[in-house]
Write a protein that binds this ligand. Structure first.
Ligand code: ZN
Length: 200
């Protein structure tokens, strides 16, 4: 039997699913929410429901978007000669914040995991290849985390993309420490990593 009323326990169990949140922190958050006004709680609940309903991945680049056209696929605003491959939309926002990249993006949505044997089908490589050919992309920049998964995925992408003619493939590297993830790097380091990309 838990020490808390059941509704509070359920909330704590939910909050524990958040990254970096352990039991003690989840309890602290739950008691914090308990002190909120009813109106604020309803606003939060509505925000969560709307977020799930209104945000979806672009069918072309897989970046998160709301209604209308995808702003990252707008060829009057973006340079289709360069395409940057990233793991998640979170990385896209980190790169956009630097204002250093004006090309197109391709969000993989997953990385190969040698340890969990996640297989290459998860990466939808055929869609990526046909997109590169259709848009006439000349350079692909692989901007993946400097981790075991990031390295395995970069290697796989290089092998697959090598089969496309006249395509330059590079990977951001300069200034990226080992085991670093894009969303934890400051904008300045990220710009240096982008400029200092190395051919694969
Ligand atoms: Zn798009």
């Amino acid at each position: 039997m838990t020490k808390f009323p059941s509704h509070l326990s359920s909330l704590i169990a939910f909050l524990r699913k958040w990254p970096g949140v352990g039991s003690k922190t989840a309890e602290r958050y739950a008691f914090h929410l308990l002190a909120w006004e009813q109106d604020e709680l309803l606003q939060l609940a509505d925000l969560l429901v709307q977020m799930k309903k209104k945000i979806f991945p672009c069918h072309e680049c897989y970046a998160l978007m709301e209604e209308g056209d995808c702003r990252y696929c707008n060829l009057s605003m973006r340079d289709p000669r360069v395409l940057c491959i990233i793991a998640s939309s979170k990385d896209l926002f980190a790169l956009e914040e630097t204002h250093a990249f004006k090309g197109l993006y391709h969000v993989l949505g997953a990385l190969l995991s040698p340890l969990q044997s996640r297989n290459p089908h998860a990466l939808k490589i055929d869609q990526l290849k046909s997109r590169i050919e259709r848009l006439g992309v000349q350079e692909v920049i692989i901007a993946l985390d400097s981790t075991l998964e990031g390295d395995a995925t970069a290697l796989y992408l290089k092998k697959e993309l090598e089969t496309l003619p006249l395509l330059k493939v590079s990977r951001i590297a300069f200034g990226l420490p080992l085991n670093s993830t894009l969303d934890f790097i400051d904008g300045g380091t990220l710009i240096k990593a982008l400029i200092g990309r190395q051919s694969l």
